[in-house]
Each structure stands twice: as C-alpha cells, then as structure tokens.
Design a protein around this ligand. Sequence first.
Ligand code: 8YV
Length: 313
Amino acid sequence: MSKPEVLMIGPYPSWDMEDLESCYTIHRLWEAEDRDGFLARHGDGIRAVATRGELGASAALLKKLPKLEIVSCYGVGTDAIDLRFARENGIRVTNTPDVLTEDVADLGMALMLAVARQLAEGDAHVRDGRWAKGNMHLTTRVCGKRIGVVGMGRIGAAFARRAAAFDCTVSYFARSPKPDLPYAFVGDLVELARQSDFLVVTLAGGEGTRGIVTGEVIEALGADGIFVNISRGTTVDEAALLDALEQGRIRGAGLDVFLNEPAIDPRFAGLRNAVLQPHHGSGTVETRQAMGKLVRDNLAAHFSGQPLLTPVV
Ligand code: 8YV
C-alpha cells in the first residue's frame, strides 16, 4: 500500500523527520521556490498537514488540499490555523498541549528574573571588566512581589505555582474565575495591572485576545512595573509597549513573543530594559521531542482509525 502523503509547512528536528519520512511521503513546502506551483502539483494527493504553531495553516492553503483529512500542529497554540474552515470541511486538527506547559512556565520565570535582576547587564558588567572599577547598580527583588497572571490556563497555572514558590502573591485575569485555584481573580485587566508589580501574559492567541493588553493596561502597571509575555505577540498593543519601554514608563519587559516574528520591530533591539527571546518557551530538547512524538502519534492514530490523542477539532 502506498504511504499517505503529508504536507509539511516547515521542518521539524531530524529525529521527527526521519520517523515521518519512514511512515509517509513528505512534501516540503518550505523548500519550494514556487509555493503555488508546488501546491498545484501535489495538493490533490495530500491527506495530512504537519505544521508548527507559528506557521499555522490558513484557509487559502487548506483550500488547495481537497483530500485533506487532518492538520497536526507542533505547538499548543492553533491561532494561526483556520479552525473554522477545518470544522466546516470535516478536517481534524490536533495540537501538543501539556507536554510543553512546564518549559514555557520556566521561561516565563527566567524572563521575570532576568529583567528584575538585570542578568544581561550583570553579565556585561563582568565581561567588560567594569567590575574591577566599581560595583554594579542595584536591581529589583522578585520574591514576595505581586504578580498578575493574564490567562489562567495550563501555562498560567504552571507559572502561578512557580511564582507562589517564590513567595509572590498571585492574582489573575481570565474569562471566568477558577474557584479551585488559591489565587485572587480580578475581572478587570487595568485593575490587575494597577495591583501588580509584574504582569505576565500566558493567554492563548487568536481573535478573542487580540490587543487585550492595551496601552491603558501598560500605563496602569506603572513606572516600577515589569511586563512579561510568553503567549503571543498579538495579545499586546505592541506600539504602546515599545513607547512605554523607550520612555521608561514601565521598568522593563521580558518578551518571548512579538508581532511579525521573526522580522520583529527593530525598535526592540535598542531597548536596554528588555530581555528578548526568539519564541523559545518550548525550546528544550526534552519538550520538543515530546511535541514531535505527539504530532506523530496523532497522525498514526488518524491513519490507523484510532481516536486522536489531543484533538482540537
Ligand atoms: C512553538 C508555540 O514555539 O506551542 C505553541 O503554541 O508557539 C511553541 O511551542 C512552536 O509551535 C514550535 O514551532
């Protein structure tokens, strides 16, 4: 029997590629110079798409794949996949929840600590030989501070657990209160920012959260406030954030996500009060191996008629 044909939007690590290539006929869209021509040639045979969170799968792409049965996403966020088109056309969608939660929360903590304790500045102070000439300026404490977590899903809860272990007081904003959690719910994001020393965004992306962190929210965080984003760049009014950072209207920011990744706004590179990461919350070998396995297991389940492990649609 011939192997099912899978369209990959971008590459996965070699350990996944080898396994995928042994089970499926792989079409590598990212290598195609003429994407439309490539899809016109192969689109009719494709039964599965393997994509990544940030690459997604638009309706324009899905329309070119008339035999498509499933989109398997390497990432928990499916905001870049047209879920409505998938639903309306009987295309299944899977993602990779849970396996990446702890690493993304770890990176959130790392960013919060790096900004508050100015790790990059301290590193430069040692390397540049400035230490011998004088001590570095003092920084900001993390333990015991008031943390506002924006979004209290799996990643928000994992972050909150870590913050609580640092003796921080955690409050949160979410669609609805979570009575099982020992943190205070604040239903107004501006109010949460006003009450917080650190505001940490862990929301899912997509239309429902686009621009939810407004200029007013950033303003309410105040001149001593530190902003951390480990969710999606779309959740924030990025122009307002850049203005606030450049003008010192907040103390600093730790950012793993941006608009227009990887071609982000060049103003970020000029900020001394921000720590920037290349969308790397899930970027550990352990987590990426688990994510790849989950993508492959979902595809295998689909093609052997078994229930999907982590269905979204
Ligand atoms: C990944 C992500 O960076 O899970 C998500 O939604 O954004 C990340 O884990 C990405 O999907 C890997 O390419």
